[in-house]
Design a protein around this ligand. Structure first.
Ligand code: BES
Ligand code: ZN
Ligand code: ZN
Length: 477
């Protein structure tokens, strides 16, 4: 399926089928209003109706703005993928919407076919986007083309993340993730350094090593860097890469274990960001640190009651082996700060079920000390079409992580505020001079979905990629 931006208006493009948007207001003035209304079409958001005579699918939108258009485009393309039309046309709906339309097409048409013996073949060969404004007049092509190309890179990188998240633990284990990173580095001229279990021992990363110890696949720390000349900023991105989370000895119940291949979504999002940033050629030095491990059960498992000495010297009492992500991140965050003096340090993790309880399934939880940074990333997220919610750090919750026998416990002593106490746990591994530069993103809710929503289809969503790339783009303005 090839996307092209045509220097032409919608009406003049030859195609087998077209996608058109209608709001409740514009429905009233539409040429086909009687027919559409008789078919029960009300132009509600994401409602579609096929007009076979005029070879058009109409899709309802709340308003002709990015969020509505991205979702509607994704819905419309999913309907057309079930048909046999080859060339499909669509309007860019103006310079402010071309990114959303492009994303809707690329993200909405993603399907995961890797394990099907007969992969679905999409019959659409070309999608022609008319470089026109909302009123159907020709827009400034070159300007629009820049937005179009950037959106293609970002949406394709998001699908790259989705594909990795969807891949099974049999195929993506820590060393396999390292090989994927090395391959990306080669393709995109990045550098990549992989630490194996021996090197992790030399680095004193005992928390991460303990988590991965019971697996036949030992942990890896993967460090990717993108270093353009004269960078405006330096940023470190850290990702939780649990290639499988069984819970360990604090074993998950059967139903909660299904989908835990997605516990590597933070690391996969960082891989997607590295891909996007390098392809966009942003003038920012970006480091990606992935903590890859598999949380399993055998006679060598780490245990509730263990005390682990982490890389930064703090001792951690293990009271639940299913709170493993924070143990991996503790060491990887310490390593990232040791290796790179960054202006910003962000971590991404499917860290807590509690974050979903707090914010719902669709929203990324943001934690950190800097109000300005939280504000800037939330704005970037909402511009990019991702949802975020702030979870405030709280002095009183800190004491719930106290341990009687070690410096800190890996779980809270109370059942409330679990996403925040996990964030506060990580705060223990952030150096004093980095406190205001650090943000923690809990993506447990939106990273994976079993029911499609917005431009997301079944499986990995690539949560965090669009938001973060937008933040980095804003840093270059
Ligand atoms: N990977 C899970 C969190 C998770 C749960 C992600 C559901 C996505 C969907 C994490 O390692 C975990 O198990 N967290 C525990 C922490 C608890 C033991 C303090 C949780 O959320 O129950
Ligand atoms: Zn867990
Ligand atoms: Zn986990």
């Amino acid at each position: 399926m090839k996307l092209t931006l045509e220097n032409n208006i919608y009406e003049n493009i030859h195609a087998d089928f077209g996608i058109r948007f209608l709001t409740k207001e514009s429905l009233e003035d539409d040429l086909h209003v009687t027919l559409l209304k008789s078919a029960g079409f009300k132009a509600s958001q994401d409602e579609t109706c096929l007009l076979l005579e005029s070879k058009t699918i109409v899709c309802g939108v709340k308003e002709l703005k990015s969020d509505s258009l991205r979702s509607a485009t994704a819905t419309a393309i999913q309907v057309l993928m079930k048909h046999t039309h080859k060339r499909v046309k669509i309007s860019a709906c103006g310079i402010n919407n071309i990114k959303a339309i492009t994303e809707g097409l690329i993200l909405g048409s993603y399907t995961f076919e890797k394990y099907k013996s007969e992969p679905k073949e999409c019959e659409i060969t070309d999608i022609l986007i008319a470089a026109e404004d909302k009123d159907g007049n020709l827009a400034e092509y070159e300007n629009m083309k820049n937005f179009f190309e950037a959106a293609k890179i970002i949406a394709t990188a998001t699908n790259f993340t989705r594909e990795l998240v969807n891949t099974t633990p049999e195929d993506i284990y820590p060393q396999a993730m390292a090989e994927i990173a090395l391959d990306l580095a080669e393709r995109n001229s990045l550098t990549c350094n992989v630490l194996d279990e021996k090197q992790l021992q030399e680095q004193g990363m005992n928390a991460m090593l303990a988590v991965g110890r019971a697996s036949r696949h030992q942990p890896r720390l993967i460090h990717l860097s993108y270093k353009p000349e004269n960078p405006l900023h330096v940023i470190s991105l850290v990702g939780k890469g649990l290639t499988y989370d069984s819970g360990g000895l604090s074993l998950k119940p059967a139903a909660s274990m299904v989908t835990m291949k997605m516990d590597k979504a933070g690391a996969c999002a960082v891989l997607g960001m590295m891909k996007a940033v390098s392809e966009l050629g942003l003038p920012i030095e970006v480091h990606g640190f992935l903590g890859a491990a598999e949380n399993m059960v055998d006679s060598n498992s780490y245990k509730p009651d263990d005390v682990l000495k982490s890389k930064n010297g703090k001792t951690i009492e293990v009271r639940n082996t299913d709170a493993e992500g924070r143990l991996v991140l503790a060491d990887v965050l310490s390593y990232a700060q040791q290796e790179v003096e960054a202006d910003y340090l962000f971590d991404y993790a499917t860290l807590t079920g509690a974050c979903m309880v707090a914010l719902g399934q669709y929203t990324i939880g943001i934690m950190g000390h800097s109000h300005k940074l939280k504000h800037d990333i939330s704005r970037a997220a909402s511009k990019s079409g991702e949802l975020t919610g702030g979870l405030p750090f709280n002095e009183h919750l800190k004491k719930l992580l106290k341990s009687d026998i070690a410096d800190i416990s890996n779980i809270s002593s109370k059942p409330y505020g679990g996403a925040i106490t996990a964030g506060l746990f990580l705060d223990n591994f952030i150096d004093e001079d980095m406190k205001e530069k650090w943000l923690h993103f809990d993506i447990a809710g939106p990273a994976y979905t079993e029911t499609p929503w917005d431009c997301n289809v079944y499986g990995g969503t690539g949560a965090g990629v669009r938001m973060s790339v937008k933040f980095l783009e804003n840093l270059c303005k």
